[in-house]
Design a protein around this ligand. Sequence first.
Ligand SMILES: [Ca+2]
Ligand SMILES: [Ca+2]
Ligand SMILES: [Ca+2]
Length: 440
Amino acid sequence: MIIRVFLAVATFLLFLAVLTDTPILNLKGVASKPKPKAPPVTREMELGTINTSVQAEEKKESIIMNDPAMHKKWGLAKTDALDAWQLTTGSREIIVAVVDTGIDIEHPDLKNNLWVNPGESGKDKHGRNKATNGVDDDGNGFIDDVHGWNFVHSNNYLKDNHGHGTHIAGIVGAEGGNNYGVTGVAPKVSLMILKYFDPQSPGNNLVNTIKAFDYAIKMNAHIINYSGGGMEFSQPEFRAVQRAEQKGILFVAAAGNERSNSDYKKYYPADYDLDNIISVTAINPTLRVLSSSNYGVKTVDIAAPGENIYSTLPGGTFGTMTGTSQATAFVSGVAALLMAHNRDFDAKAVKKYILRTGDNLEWLKSKTNTSKKLNIFRSLTMLDQGVGASGVVASNTSSAESDTFNAPTNQENTGATSLHSFGQALKKFVHKEDESTDKE
Ligand SMILES: [Ca+2]
Ligand SMILES: [Ca+2]
Ligand SMILES: [Ca+2]
């Protein structure tokens, strides 16, 4: 009998608690409530935990994030923290399929980075907008699928009434340089929105998940970001991810928030034995794997920031969330930058670069198969310096950036070049703004 706890319901309630100031619900308690009967095979949302102090902080900082003056600081933060963006800020040509709870398509920090289906945009022969003419103009089986598809309700209404999908999309690719809000890891990108879960219509979301993967494959996504999962192997899901592999599509998957060792308790799709999958666990500001995150020296590939991550939320707002979902989105953003930087890269090449250029951390040896945490700048810099995917530096390459290349691979020493530092810089800035706002 396949039983899968549906964490998304619990996290949705938590999200409501954030919005309504209701007392915090115990995630563990909610998630472990006995079910009246075995639920259908589902995929969980890997949101992880939110605590009350973070919620209070979130509300306060949401206001600050909407401050029109903050873009000045953001410019500084970008210069100091993400040197990687001097190499590339991404490209609208790179498509990341965000298979999640939908998105706030009107969010000012996301709307310009939505994927636009070329076959469902522009005018039809009657002069009508193809996006709204009620016709499947590109004949792909989906009517007016201009930014993606809602597989829960089989329509193009992508509204996110959970919050998770909007948050993930913003981490991957909130618009950079628009003097507003936050910046995704890939400031320029095309976000294909594939809604597989709706808390108001929970059903067999594994079926929706697989349909969403096949849409991404059919419509030429370069990267699939998936923050859900479950403990049971699904042959149809495995085959769908395999179809993505055969097409060179990278599949970035959350390691899961089960607090378990995935080497012994597998978590899917992250742990399918396929070469295009990157399994991501989450670390906190001290670079330690979150106690809620799955780990595994055989199964989990890399660690990325996943605690109190700032990103977009529905209603044009911003806030923090925690979990391997968030870490996964960081990796998808970096993959998008890598693909923008080298259009010849397929899933395997991108995977090799990301996994081999991270920062080594002693304590990750027992948590991941690479012992590494994500480092966007290093991966792009090594790419520029002719480092093969084998990790060997081409002998004829040298540049002004060699210092960066030779920087110690030890953690805290990655300075302003790491994503972690970027997050820290952001946090510092927000708190600074916070203080000055209080004084006024
Ligand atoms: Ca269509
Ligand atoms: Ca149409
Ligand atoms: Ca922005």
